[in-house]
Write a protein that binds this ligand. Structure first.
Ligand code: SAM
Length: 263
């Protein structure tokens, strides 16, 4: 069943209106007509099975018939903070990260980012990245579209670390070094400490994975991130490409959260 994301205000009680590209897609490509069934999500809290009342390339009107459980969203809200990579690697990170279950993406600049970041093009890039996230969320049958944050400076990124319940700084040196802490051990230790420290465990913790650009992180950035509260973690003894590392870390976290244990 075709799935569409609309803004919450496009839900008016049980009546839903779909406009823009999605209406055109539904009417022209999917040849939607009255009585067809679709799934509509507001990307925040509501997902419904709806029946089409009217269909035109300008607007689809549908009536919600059944509220759906948002059961394809992970319990842990995981953000991939990605050192700005070259070319269209960010698009790959967003598409695959959305399929796997990321909740948000934060691109950031750091010492060894190679791309010349041009603020003027930011709006256009964020718009393109948001479209990729929306399409990947529809394809993956998700109920939420991951958010794409504006590009952060390294200073801003350090401040952001404090806003998360857990910040993991993916550091290939940790992966290689004997004393290095692997992501699995770091997360299990955090889970244990969390269970011991407070009687009511935060059910939907917010976790951020920091991933360096192609040139990696500098020693100074590792020290600063650790001082800001991040834990340096390895993702195994192999050096992963920048566009691979966040996806591996995301999958490890979802595994540790129990998201892969089946229904
Ligand atoms: N220093 C790397 C090298 O020797 O090629 C360059 C950085 S790597 C291509 C890009 C980023 O992926 C790193 O900054 C790190 O965040 C992450 N990464 C890659 N492999 C990793 C590993 N085994 N453990 C932890 N992080 C890793």
């Amino acid at each position: 069943m075709q799935r569409y994301f609309v803004a919450p205000e496009q839900f008016r009680g049980v009546i839903i209106t779909i406009t823009g590209e999605d209406a055109h897609h539904a009417a022209r490509v999917m040849r939607m007509k009255p009585d067809d069934q679709i799934i509509v999500c507001d990307g925040v809290s509501r997902s419904v099975r709806a029946v089409v009342l009217e269909a035109s390339p300008q607007e689809i009107r549908a009536e919600a018939e059944e509220e759906l459980l948002q059961d394809s969203e992970p319990a842990w809200s995981i953000t991939i903070a990605q050192g700005l990579p070259k070319a269209d690697k960010m698009e790959l990170v967003i598409q695959k990260g959305t399929e796997i279950g990321a909740s948000s993406f934060v691109p950031f600049e750091s010492e060894r980012v190679i791309v010349q970041y041009d603020g003027k093009k930011e709006a256009k890039r964020i718009e393109r990245w948001s479209k990729i996230a929306k399409e990947a969320a529809e394809q993956a049958h998700r109920h939420r579209i991951p958010s794409i944050q504006p590009v952060q400076s390294w200073r801003q990124m350090l401040t952001l670390i404090g806003e998360f319940d857990l910040a993991l700084f993916c550091y290939e040196r940790e992966g290689a070094a004997a004393h290095g802490k692997g992501i699995a051990n770091a997360v299990r230790q955090w889970k244990l400490e969390r269970e011991k420290s407070s009687d009511e465990v935060v059910q939907n913790p917010r976790i951020v994975l920091l991933v360096g650009p192609e040139g990696g992180f500098s020693e100074r950035e590792a020290v600063e991130a650790e001082a800001a509260g991040a834990i340096l973690v390895g993702l195994g003894k192999r050096i992963l490409r920048t566009e691979t590392a966040g996806l591996v870390g995301l999958t490890c976290l979802l595994y540790e959260s129990g998201a892969m244990e089946g229904a």
